[in-house]
Unconditional design. Structure first.
Length: 403
């Protein structure tokens, strides 16, 4: 077989997106972010959502133009026609994928520590290896696992929202112990919570009617998760002191403990294990598909052997294996905040190029057929793409100058 199997419809693509975004963010980075901004974590969530949405709209339009597994790489290549720029995009996305997978695997170990005292790094490595095996087995099995696990993690967030809803009035949303710096710093960390939407496009070659389905999946995934994030953030700081959340390796379990006692804490810790496992799986799927795509003979970014598909499993088995191996070294960094920050830096670099690609293609291919077009345009200029480009540059500068 020389092509991937098309198994995904809109529902499956949205579930993939929601599963990626939720697991990578709220279960993994909530504690770190709340620890630097206090009650204003809600504001930070909204700011991060706005920035993510701007670039998400650019992804949606570009995915409707080029429904390929190569995703960001093909967008930049078609726009600028410069190999060095498109190759850097591929390397940046690959780096973001493996680094963020490592961060979520570390979060899994943090929640597991609530049950058993085991070394963090070896557990994270075992999780990565296990999910690589599921990824290799096939997209059909991966989809089934993803649907079930995403349902579980959404249920966990709904429990947190239900537990904390009666205390929302006690939340000091204007509480900023570190001022504006803290709000922006938390937004940068939370941006990690939205990395999943950019990976949805890598499933284009396994999605039916991808030119329409993928753009819709991107927009719906961001919208659904933003609502959940804001409500969970309200519940978290309403029930638990922000300093306690900042020190916790399992922040949502802390919230459940405060609002529902030991049973709630245990339940959320279990759900968080499903959530982070799910995210490690989907990140490996999307990253391996990107690697498969840019290794095709017409690109030569990576060795062509990585574009081969297993004859019986119909998955890019060499790409799957390499993604798993590249992820493991980043697990040894051990610090979730550091690993997430590095993933964000790679992600924002790619976002600058993606937004630039859309702006360029609006002029170089104005009449190309699009299944989706960003709103808010002046002539051929997409205002959302301009805002997405500038905001991404702003966060990069913030990270570099404050690191």
């Amino acid at each position: 077989m020389s092509e991937l199997r098309r198994e995904l419809g809109l529902v499956e693509a949205v579930v993939y997106g929601v599963g990626l975004i939720l697991g990578a963010g709220i279960y993994a980075i909530l504690g770190e972010a709340t620890g630097v901004t206090g009650g204003s974590i809600v504001v930070s969530f909204l700011l991060a959502a706005l920035i993510a949405s701007l670039t998400g709209l650019s992804y949606a339009e570009l995915a409707s133009l080029f429904p390929k597994a190569e995703g960001d790489y093909i967008y930049v290549r078609e726009a600028f026609n410069r190999e060095v720029v498109s190759d850097l995009t591929a390397v940046g996305r690959l780096s973001m994928g493996v680094i963020s997978t490592a961060a979520v695997a570390l979060a899994f170990s943090g929640y597991l520590s609530a049950f058993v005292s085991l070394p963090t790094v070896p557990i994270a490595v075992l999780l990565i290896a296990g999910m690589a095996c599921v990824n290799f087995w096939g997209i059909e099995l991966s989809t089934r696992v993803n649907v079930v696990f995403t349902g579980i993690e959404v249920a966990g967030l709904l429990i947190i929202i239900w537990i904390g809803s009666g205390s929302w009035g006690n939340t000091a949303v204007a509480h900023t112990p570190n001022g504006l710096f803290g709000v922006v710093h938390a937004s940068f960390l939370i941006f990690f919570a939205y990395l999943g939407f950019g990976s949805i496009v890598n499933l284009s070659e396994e999605t039916e009617d991808a030119t329409v389905t993928i753009p819709r999946a991107v927009v719906l995934s961001i919208g659904i998760t933003t609502v959940l994030y804001v409500l969970v953030g309200l519940s978290a700081v309403a029930l638990v002191d922000w300093r306690v959340l900042g020190r916790s390796a399992s922040p949502l379990a802390e919230v459940a403990l405060a609002g529902w006692g030991p049973f709630g804490s245990t339940l959320l810790a279990v759900i968080a294990l499903f959530s982070t496992t799910n995210t490690v799986l989907i990140l490996q799927i999307s990253t391996s598909r990107l690697l498969y795509g840019v290794s095709k003979s017409e690109y030569h970014v990576f060795p062509q052997v990585l574009s081969r598909i297993h004859p019986s499993r119909q998955t890019p088995h060499y790409a799957v294996a390499l993604v798993g191996l590249l992820t493991i070294p980043f697990v040894f960094l051990g610090d979730i905040g550091l690993v997430a920050g590095l993933a964000n830096l790679m992600l924002l670099f790619v976002f600058v190029l993606v937004n630039g690609a859309l702006l360029k293609l609006r002029f170089s291919r104005p009449h190309a057929e699009r299944g989706f077009r960003t709103p808010l345009n002046i002539g051929r200029v997409s205002l959302t793409a301009v805002a997405g480009l500038l905001s991404s540059i702003g966060l990069i500068v913030f990270y570099i100058t404050t690191w």
